[in-house]
Design a protein around this ligand. Structure first.
Ligand code: PGA
Length: 253
């Protein structure tokens, strides 16, 4: 069976102290509530939080970086490599987020390098894909998503591909308070799974968790997660508050 996952994406929020407090609060809840055991909970946090948050037992919470460098090491001032992230105890890295694509010029070529480095360093990529409203209105969204997936990921072997988690995040829904409807989410997730299955076969496609992201919150999570091909969520704003994030985890449990 596919893993159900609720992953938080804190983006550039929370001081170290605030982040530590939030993460331990979530951990405390998970420790005490066995119903949430079927759900993997991951926190996507700023680099400086990684080592400190890894003091939380792996049993309840996985830790993700939100990016990694596209080079292995060397003279790249300000960059953080996949091996450094791994050495801080993280298991995951969010890659291809639309904010990184839009504001930092990340393209398919950069992402291929990042995905490869993440996998070489035993980090599981949480790979984000998503279309703009313009693309959707022009009815180009399926083609665009297919391209985002095939260009950055289809060079991977079956074994490596199975390590991926995908996150469908329509850009028009991120941080806007507008969510995709349950139908739109299911339609796209099913399309994504079909795309994976054409390349890697049905069995592998059925093993990949595909998360929905974009203004997911405690009041709409249930409707979104109730869909056959939606295996959980990548949560931005609502992951910054323990109560909201816990409610979303409970929804999926
Ligand atoms: P949001 O962000 O939940 O605040 O819309 C989701 C994301 O960007 O991962």
């Amino acid at each position: 069976m596919r893993k159900k996952i609720v992953a938080g994406n804190w983006k550039m929020n929370k001081t170290l102290e605030e982040g530590v407090q939030l993460a331990w609060e979530v951990n405390e809840f998970l420790k005490q509530n066995s119903t949430s055991k079927q759900v993997s909970v991951i926190l996507g946090v700023p680099f400086i939080h990684l080592a400190e948050l890894r003091k939380i037992p792996k049993k309840h919470i996985g830790i993700a970086a939100q990016n990694c460098a596209d080079e292995a090491s060397g003279a790249y001032t300000g960059e953080v490599s996949a091996s450094m992230i791994q050495s801080a105890g993280s298991e995951y890295v969010i890659l291809g987020h639309s904010e990184r694509r839009a504001y930092y010029g990340e393209n398919d070529e950069t992402l291929i390098k990042k995905v490869n480095l993440a996998l070489e360093n035993n980090l599981q990529p949480i790979f984000c894909i998503g279309e703009s409203l313009e693309d959707r209105n022009a009815n180009k969204h399926f083609d665009l998503i297919e391209q985002q997936i095939s260009k950055a990921l289809f060079h991977l072997s079956d074994t490596d591909f199975k390590k991926l988690i995908l996150a469908y995040e329509p850009i028009w829904a991120i941080g806007t308070g507008i969510t995709a409807t349950a139908e739109q989410a299911q339609e796209m997730h099913a399309f994504i799974r079909k795309t994976l299955s054409r390349k890697y076969g049905e069995s592998i496609a059925n093993q990949i968790s595909i998360l929905y992201g974009g203004s997911c919150n405690p009041s709409n999570a249930k409707e979104l997660f109730n869909n056959k091909d939606v295996d959980g969520g990548l949560i931005g704003g609502a992951s910054l508050n323990a109560e909201n994030f816990i409610q979303i985890i409970t929804t999926l449990s």
